[in-house]
Design a protein around this ligand. Sequence first.
Ligand code: UTP
Length: 315
Amino acid sequence: MSEHTPLAQAHGQRATKAVIPAAGLATRFLPATKAVPKELLPVVDRPVLQYIVEEASRAGINDVLLITGRGKTSMVDHFDRQPYLEARLEAKGDMERLAAVRGTSELAEIYTCRQGEPLGLGHAVSYAESHVGDAPFVVLLGDEFTEESQPLLPQMIELQSRTGGIVLAFIEIPEDQVNRYGIASVSEAPEYADVENVVRVTGLVEKPSREEAPSNLAVVGRYVLPGTIFDAIRRTKPGSGGEIQLTDAMALLLAEGTPVHGIVYRGHRYDTGMPLGYLQAVVQLASERDDLGPAFTEWLKSFVAGLDRNAGKAA
Ligand code: UTP
């Protein structure tokens, strides 16, 4: 094992802090994201970022570092107190909205840090070093979140505290989509057989062709990383797109003997980083809401029936 992998130091320690890199340019959602961060796009009546902080909070994490960039400071305001607004709601007796507004500032302690230039996800994560030190920590990408009733982070955090290494999350994707994701080669993990849906990761390839793909397990935006990742990022040269890639830094640790495991997630993952996934998230979550769902789905059914009728006429 190399001098760069002091594995034992992290053993038994649980990740208690989360980092949300949210400094990217969001080019797939332009022009909406020219002035509005994609992390603040509303899904029904909450911004995407709130779902993500809630996901961390439900996993017991109440220390969240937001990596922000140019034009993105409004993200932090969302988690701040709004005394004037709160006083107005209180005076009107609108206790439900008052609780919703206050609730965002009570979810977690939010810290921020600025990535001067968006030079890649690895580069963004490197800014967290002075905040998290050498303890393990969670990374949640700022444009996706998981189903509330199917939590993923608690198992990942627990597994990482046992392995001391890297823990990733995967979803199974259709084979014709492998060229859009980071894909893992995996083997069984008999030493962690008590953990549901666990695999040992033996390699990672970024956006392979269908022929080259070692599996259909795609990396999603949840990671539990050991503190050694910071040194690995420092040793990582710019990769695809000239950016410092987190995947390259993780591959370096893997090659040097850090154990890397993954949990295959069977719940629903909402990917709001581009219009199609965003629309699906809005429709699905609106349909499930007790207050909006019945009226919304009734309208949706008649709308889709109208589309079907029009398609039938055109055929
Ligand atoms: P994406 O690959 O989704 O990039 O980054 P992006 O810039 O947000 O969006 P597109 O691809 O141009 O449409 C994944 C996550 O990493 C963050 C992003 O904000 C997003 O949450 N990120 C990426 C940074 O914080 N800094 C970077 O330099 C790159």
